[in-house]
Design a protein around this ligand. Structure first.
Ligand code: CA
Length: 241
């Protein structure tokens, strides 16, 4: 019964070709309560970002196949707006300036681990504040929905949903970060009483997960005995002391 605990963790994608630095960051971040996914080059980074929908990306600038800026550009081109924290050499001042046009923040090598963690938490917080609740665009993980045009994207690619699927997804996203019961969904999405036939909700959640590529249920979480939960942002952590 630890699944919901692990799925509630925030995921950091660490992109770093120097294995000693990568493993040090992995250990430190795991110790601080993060889920960590690693990539050793730009191609791997793009693949991991698409598959794991991380909450933040720690991106080394100098990589063997393409630089971190190119990785970031390609992510943004495919509609991935995950906060990016660049890791750059201390003397690479022009890199810093270039990085900030694309990234949310940067840290310099050699870095202090506490500083890295503090900055990761800061960009996550900022990302959350930048998503106003009245925005026509609703977003969670790798899924984005436009209330006005009724378009839906999965990893930046358009997805065709039925009107019921769209209404259910919109309701889930509008009420993100809180558990929604099946009864609430029936009331608000189907607008009439199914006389306890909540199986219809499960069926449509199944359709949505399939169309949105949520095979591991990391986007739409099942909260056993309570309902469903979509997270737009990582849970905040209690700091020691
Ligand atoms: Ca490097």
């Amino acid at each position: 019964m630890t699944r919901s605990d692990t799925s509630a963790k925030s995921t950091v994608l660490v992109v770093e070709d120097e294995s000693s630095i990568a493993s040090m960051l992995t250990m430190a971040l795991q110790f601080m309560g993060f889920e960590v996914v690693t990539a050793a080059c730009g191609t791997e980074a793009l693949d991991r970002a698409a598959r794991h929908a991380p909450d933040v990306i720690l991106l080394d600038v100098v990589l063997p196949d393409m630089d971190g800026f190119e990785v970031c550009r390609r992510l943004r081109d495919t509609g991935v707006h995950t906060p990016v924290l660049f890791v750059t050499a201390r003397d690479a001042v022009s890199d810093k300036i270039r990085g900030l046009e694309l990234a949310d923040d940067y840290v310099t090598k050699p870095f202090d681990l506490n500083e890295v963690v503090a900055r990761i938490r800061a960009v996550m917080r900022r990302g959350r504040e930048l998503t106003p609740s009245n925005s026509r665009r609703l977003r969670a993980g790798w899924v984005e929905l436009d209330r006005d045009t009724r378009e839906v994207w999965r990893h930046g690619q358009p997805v065709q949903l039925s009107s019921t699927e769209f209404a259910l997804l919109q309701y889930l996203l509008e009420n993100a970060d809180q558990v929604i019961s099946k009864a609430q969904m029936l009331d608000n999405v189907w607008s009439y009483d199914f006389q306890g036939e909540s199986g219809i909700v499960e069926t449509y959640i199944y359709y949505l997960r399939r169309k949105l590529g949520d095979t591991d249920q990391s986007l739409i979480h099942t909260v056993r005995g309570a309902g469903y939960l979509v997270r737009t942002s990582p849970p905040s952590y209690v700091t020691e002391g």
